[in-house]
Ligand binder design. Sequence first.
Ligand code: ADP
Ligand code: MG
Length: 337
Amino acid sequence: MTAELTSLILEAADVTVRFRASGRGRATLALDGVGITVERGRTTGLVGESGAGKSTLGRVVLGLVPIASGSVRIGGADISKLTAARRRELRAHLQAVYQDPLSSLNPSYSVFWSLAEPLRARQVGNRSEIAARVASTLEAVGMEPEAAHRRPAALSGGQLQRICVARAIITLPELVILDEAVSALDLSVQAQILNLLRDLQDERNLSYLFISHDMAVVRHFCHDVTVLYRGQIMESGPTGEVTDAPAHPYTRALMQASPVADPVAQRRRRLAAVAESAQSPTTASDGCIYAPRCPFTAPECHQRRPELREIAPGRFVACDRYPEWTDARTRATIETN
Ligand SMILES: Nc1ncnc2c1ncn2[C@@H]1O[C@H](COP(=O)(O)OP(=O)(O)O)[C@@H](O)[C@H]1O
Ligand SMILES: [Mg+2]
C-alpha cells in the first residue's frame, strides 16, 4: 500500500449512514457523524449496546455499506476516491471475523478448502504454495495439521473460531475487523482466542478494530476505545484512562453493566435497556441523545447536542456536564434519590 508513512491504518471521519426503511417509515440514522482511528499494530475497541451502529461501522470500513457523508481512509487512501481496481487491491488488506463461526464457514467445505479459497480467489500461489500456506496458518492458530481434513461440524466452537481467524489472516491483511468475534464463546475459550489474537498481532503487526458490547473484554484487550451510543460517539481515548475514570455517564453505565455483584441492580439495568431498545430508531434530535437515560442531566442537555471535545491529549467526550457529573458529591445526591 502507498502512504506507509502514516501510523494510522484506519481513519474514519464524520461518517453518517442512513438506512431507508421499507415503506414510508422514517430512515434509520445508524451512524451520525462518527469518527474512529486504528493505529498500525494496535487495537481500537468499538463498544456499545446492541443497535448502537457498531457492525454498521465495521461494514462501512469493509466497503459493504455506503456512507451518506464523511470519509474513510485505509492506510492514508480515501476509499471513496479509488478506482474499482485499487479498491479491490485494498480490500485484500482487510479481513473480518464474526460472532458465529458456523455461519461464516461453508459446512460442506473441509477446513483446507475454507482456508485455500481466499488464496485461490486472489490467485495467490500455485497448488503446493497454497498447501504450504494453509499448513503454516493452521499452525499459527494452534491447530493440528490433521484439522485440514475436517468439516466444520466435527469441530468445537473454539476450534471453529480458530479456523475463522486462520481464514482472516491467511491473505496477510493489515487490518482485521473483529465483530463480536469472541462473544459467543465460553469464558475460558474466549481467553484462549484473545491470547491467540494478541500473539498474532505481535508477530504480524496486525491492527484490529475490536467490536464488542462487553466493556470487561474491551478493557482487557484494547489499546484505545470508542464508545458508541445510538449512532453517536460518547467518549473515546486510551482504554485504561476511559475505563478507570469514565468521562461520560454512558461509559460508566456500560462498565456497571459488565458482571456486577448486585443482581437486583443488574436486573433493573437490563429492564431499562430493554425498554430503551423498544424505542424508535435513532433520528437527529436537538439535545444530547443520551439525556433521556442519563441520571446527571441539566436542562441544557435536552436543548443542545454536546460537541465531542478533547479533555486530555487523545481523550474525547461528548458531555456538557463533564466534569461536574464525575464529582462524588453530585453523584451521591443524584444516586440516593
Ligand atoms: N441493512 C440494514 N437495513 C436497515 N437497518 C439496518 C441495517 N443494518 C443495521 N440497521 C439498523 O442500524 C442500527 C445499527 O445496527 P448495527 O450496526 O447492527 O448495531 P450493533 O452492531 O451495534 O448492534 C440499528 O437500528 C439497525 O436496526
Ligand atoms: Mg453488531
